[in-house]
Design a protein around this ligand. Structure first.
Ligand code: NCD
Length: 323
């Protein structure tokens, strides 16, 4: 394992499987009445959020607290960043306080990489989403969810996603979730198909390790998992499709479309969902949709990443008789 987690593309197959297996152990902690391990006692983790977040921020905080770390939450709103302070000065302030890890979400692609390689700070850096670039822990929690559902909880240990057919649908252009998933799923042996209108696919997508289609209906019957993406209006400066209704009609998932998926196939969404746009309430609330499960799995994955990067000196699991 490297010292930082900046991109899903940096993970080897063995690194990724190790994180997924460690997350399975961490998930057992969540099933106990006291959801806490002493692993990161005395370590300080800062959550540095320059962009809005609900799930990712809460999930990292829960993971850090379950590992007994000291947690500092920082959001750009209400901090000196709104007075014009630079990333460098913010980083040096954190360094002066002696932090061990920084979890960073930033609107600029490349900000976590800059932080990790600049020498401004000595801490481990974990990317919690940078611009349209990467969101590696999201891809890991998605892979964890797929492995549990499509391979099996215990049967999945040590396994990758070889041969699984994953379809990612929607605003690929602005999605760090899509980029991270394509990288990680490819490393894990899955076959990925992107489905989007041509205007919401990035230039150069043909060089990515995946297939591309404009037709959702013909792709659904050949999918083991279908991941729906939100249309990221906050990153759009032009019209990318005629109307929302037109978008939903061609690229939205409703009950009728979901029925075209194989019986065992699951529907995924990283959240936040825009019900009625990319996904109907019927699909979002159905038993095949894993959105809530993904959130729970996110905590286990982030515990695993923090544990492996910060190299806790206690075993990942406390003894089982300590129930
Ligand atoms: C995504 C993100 O922020 O990249 N959400 C998340 O982290 N769960 C996707 C989105 O905002 O649509």
């Amino acid at each position: 394992m490297q010292r930082h987690l900046i991109s899903a593309a940096d993970l080897s197959r063995d690194d990724a499987v190790l994180i997924l297996d460690t997350a399975e152990e961490m998930a057992r902690v969540a099933d106990r009445p006291i959801k806490k391990l002493p692993t990161l006692r005395g370590r300080t983790v800062v959550n540095l959020f320059f962009e809005d977040s609900t799930r990712t921020r809460i999930s990292f905080e829960a993971a850090e607290k379950r590992l007994s770390a000291d947690v500092i939450n920082f959001s750009a709103k209400g901090s000196s960043v709104s007075k014009g302070e630079s990333l460098k000065d913010t980083a040096q302030t954190l360094e002066a306080m002696g932090v061990d890890a920084v979890v960073i979400r930033h609107g600029a692609s490349g900000a976590p990489y800059r932080l990790a390689t600049s020498g401004w700070i000595d801490a481990a850096v974990i990317n919690a989403g940078d611009g349209t670039h990467q969101h590696p822990t999201q891809a890991l929690l998605d892979a964890f969810t797929m492995r549990r559902r499509l391979v099996g909880r215990d049967a999945g240990l040590g396994q990758d996603l070889a041969g699984k057919r994953i379809t990612i649908v929607g605003d690929v252009l602005h999605s760090r979730v899509a980029r991270s998933n394509v990288d990680l799923l490819h490393t894990l042996g899955a076959e990925v198909t992107l489905v989007a209108p041509p205007t919401l696919l990035p230039v150069g997508v043909e060089t990515w390790p995946c297939a591309v289609s404009y037709d959702l209906d013909s792709t659904l019957p050949k999918s083991d998992a279908v991941m729906m993406l939100r249309v990221q209006r906050e990153r759009m400066n032009a019209a990318f499709f005629p109307t929302e209704r037109e978008y939903s009609r061609r690229y939205g998932l409703d009950g009728e479309r979901m029925a075209k998926m194989p019986e065992h196939a699951i529907v995924m969404h990283p959240g936040p969902m825009v019900r009625g746009m990319e996904i109907t309430a019927e699909v979002a609330d159905s038993g095949r949709c894993t959105v809530v499960e993904q959130v729970a799995n996110g905590v286990s994955i982030r515990m695993a990443v923090l544990y492996l990067l910060l190299g806790g000196n206690e075993p990942a699991q406390t003894r089982t008789e300590e129930k």
